[in-house]
Design a protein around this ligand. Structure first.
Ligand code: ADP
Length: 452
């Protein structure tokens, strides 16, 4: 069911049930009031009869229950008087109704009885006189009261239908009015495609929920546009990074094919081509790793391992490849409890992240000396990679985690700008943080902090 119809239905149901309840209360109250008023009048008639029984002899022929006051007769009024043995002693009309034994019993129990016979309403009471006890019944028809009640019923039914009809119409109108802005937003969003992602949803009133919805849509569009631009930027950079070594390789091979060369020349070119192929392989490996660590649903296995052992291992691997490098590894306040040295994570990914940070420190410093400091506490584990290198310009520090970004002072040093974006993703995967302190031409300290 459409929300518009649902809202109309709910609104109409609430209004009509409240209306029905109010009208029913009015009707029942009026009916009760009519009945009470009419029985009051019947009671007055009984009082008149009893006054006449008191003053005159009821057994005398020609006893008149309305002696003295003849006015105030009710429509189809009929009066019956019975003695204490339930024998009829007076009847105002021949075609009067006859009460049952149960009515006498009821008077005995409750002093009075009220009942209806067809259109007649009857009140029966017991009175005591010097001539003995008598049961008096007065019956009459409340013609005006009932017809007023009938008119009220008709009016209330008409009012009920008219107001219900108006409620349905106004419900539909207000539901449409409230939902129209949403439909407009849906229409506007529907028109937004990849080619016009810069379009935004319009909203007039700044404070209502529709404006909040439009603003949320606009924020989502901004994020989408950003990620599209990032993707375009990423694809452009990735293809550039791949194309450069490919162009170099094909250029060098063409030169070789142009004419006969010396064996030495061939050797040189093959070494150069193989360097380019290595570069290409590294880029594709990094891109694959970046793609994997960027996937939210990718399930990497997490295990407990000793962080100090991982760093020692990395240190010896790097030094064995290049012995001109100096790597100092310091564990501050070596804990007595070895458990503090354990970290839960994916060892292969963290090794690749730390190796990236170490290689950067070596690459961007002339003295090829780096200092790794491990600080441990019960809550945190902090590893910082410190160098005395070229540093990072202050206003560029926030950009270096973007894929392919290279700081302006690092352009002359080989690299592709992918490494730190992989490090960032790996650290985030381990719910860690990266902190950077850097001073131009003095050095850089990149710290990775994990919460335990
Ligand atoms: P690459 O080193 O291949 O350029 P990275 O993503 O590893 O790519 O690093 C991005 C940029 O961050 C580098 O180009 C460099 O400008 C800067 N950078 C990273 N580490 C250091 C460092 N230790 N010292 C100075 N600059 C650094």
């Amino acid at each position: 069911m459409k929300i518009r119809n649902k809202l109309t239905l709910q609104f109409s149901a609430i209004v009509t049930s409240l209306l029905f309840l109010s009208l029913a209360v009015i009707y029942l109250f009026s009916a009760y009031h009519r009945e009470a008023q009419f029985y009051e009048r019947l009671d007055e008639r009984i009082n008149r009869v009893s006054l006449n029984i008191l003053n005159y002899d009821i057994y005398e022929s020609g006893f008149d229950s309305d002696r003295k006051v003849k006015t105030g007769q009710l429509i189809n009024e009929c009066k019956l008087v019975f003695d204490s043995n339930n024998n009829l002693v007076y009847k105002s009309q021949n075609n009067c109704f006859m009460p049952d034994q149960k009515h006498f019993v009821a008077i005995e129990e409750k002093n009075e009885v009220k009942f209806t016979i067809e259109k007649l309403e009857v009140l029966g009471e017991k009175i005591k006189t010097k001539n003995g006890e008598f049961y008096i019944f007065v019956a009459a028809e409340d013609f005006y009261g009932r017809s007023k009640l009938k008119n009220l019923r008709i009016i209330l039914v008409i009012v009920f239908f008219i107001i219900s009809f108006i409620a349905v119409l106004s419900g539909r109108y207000f539901a449409k009015k409230s939902l129209d802005p949403i439909l407009r937003i849906v229409g506007e969003v529907d028109e937004i495609t990849v080619s016009n992602l810069n379009k935004r949803v319009n909203y007039e009133n700044d404070t209502d929920e529709i404006a909040t919805l439009a603003r949320t849509f606009n924020k989502m569009l901004e994020r989408l546009e950003d990620s599209f631009l990032m993707q375009e930027y990423f694809v452009a950079n990735a293809s550039h990074e791949i194309r450069t070594p490919l162009t170099l390789i094909s250029g060098q091979l063409e030169i070789l094919l142009n004419k006969e060369r010396t064996t030495e020349y061939y050797k040189q070119k093959i070494i150069s081509v193989s360097e380019d192929i290595k570069r290409l392989t590294k880029i594709s490996d990094q891109l694959i790793l970046l793609a994997n660590v960027s996937k939210d649903e990718y399930n990497f296995r997490f295990e407990q391992f000793r962080i100090d052992e991982l760093i020692w291992q990395l240190r010896s691997e790097i030094i064995s490849r290049d012995n001109s490098v100096t790597i100092d590894f310091i564990i501050e306040n070596m804990p007595e409890n070895e458990e503090l040295l354990f970290l839960s994570g994916n060892e292969i990914l963290l090794k690749s992240a730390f190796s990236n940070l170490i290689e950067n420190s070596i690459k961007y410093s002339n003295d090829r000396t780096i200092r790794i400091i491990l600080q441990l506490s019960k809550q945190k584990l902090r590893i910082s990679f410190n160098d005395n290198g070229i540093g990072i310009p202050k206003d560029e520090i926030n950009n270096i985690f973007q894929a392919f970004y290279r700081a302006s002072n690092a352009i002359h040093i080989p690299g592709n700008g992918i490494g730190l974006s992989i490090v960032d993703k790996i650290v985030k995967l381990h719910s860690g943080n990266i902190e950077i302190k850097s001073a131009l031409d003095k050095g850089t300290s990149i710290s990775v902090v994990f919460n335990k």
